[in-house]
Ligand binder design. Structure first.
Ligand code: DC
Length: 224
């Protein structure tokens, strides 16, 4: 079974996806981390964001792997071509670089293919922007998770402070979230939008625990 969770940045997708996966005993795939890893490698190699062929080559040829820390039930580390980038892909620099990289069709083609291959290997909660629309249009459960830009900025600042990486300046984070919302929802290739058969959950005024319970209930209903 595939549980697809799409939505704008900072809506709480990662927290919700991990919790739903561990409650249901599913694996979890963070597709945003894959676009971030490609952006990291492009910066490292000096590949320009308008070099479609160069970006596509990175996405096709550099293996992206998710790993477990000892004792973790779910993957928590990310590497590209053998380099551990778990923390390096969460910086403000990558937040900026990942939009143009993820808008590149050659990158999307390569990563979507990898995501589909991973998802076919078992029961997965998959989070991203185009999971219910493009990657797994036949997903049994499709959720579009959203929240106000202000609430998302507040949560992102808290998360960055906890991780000790990324900006903790609320106004700067809010401006970046608005910029990415605009970019992600107006790009030509797979813009962010809810699948027609997705259930939209607005988490501005409900707790993350309630969101998690709602999605687990949906998955259990669809499983019978
Ligand atoms: O979820 P995130 O913030 O880690 O995603 C990073 C970027 O990757 C974001 O700008 C949107 C893009 N992305 C995408 O285009 N498609 C996906 N399936 C996941 C992320």
């Amino acid at each position: 079974m595939i549980v697809a969770i799409d939505g704008p940045s900072g809506a709480g997708k990662s927290t919700v996806a991990k919790a739903v996966a561990s409650k249901l005993g599913f694996s979890c795939l963070d597709t945003g981390a894959m676009y971030r890893a490609v952006a990291w490698r492009a910066l490292k190699d000096g590949v320009s964001f308008d070099d479609a062929a160069g970006l596509g080559r990175i996405a096709r040829e550099c293996p992206i792997e998710f790993g477990m820390m000892p004792g973790d039930p779910l993957p928590s580390t990310v590497s590209i071509d053998g380099a551990d980038v778990t923390m390096a892909i969460r910086t403000a620099e990558i937040d900026k670089a990942v939009s143009p990289v993820s808008a590149e069709p050659a990158v999307r083609d390569a990563l979507v293919g990898q995501q589909q291959r991973i998802g076919r290997t078992g029961n997965y909660v998959v989070e991203g922007r185009d999971i219910g629309t493009v990657v797994f249009p036949g997903a049994e459960v499709k959720v579009f998770l959203t929240a106000s830009a202000e609430e998302r900025a507040m949560r992102r600042v808290k998360q960055n402070a906890e991780r000790g990486v990324g900006s903790t300046d609320y106004e700067a984070v809010l401006a970046d979230i608005r910029r990415r919302d605009e970019y992600d929802s107006t790009r030509a290739s797979s813009p962010l939008k809810a699948a027609e058969d997705a259930i939209t959950i607005d988490s501005t005024d409900i707790s993350i625990d309630d969101v998690i319970d709602q999605i687990c209930d949906l998955a259990r209903e669809r499983a019978v």
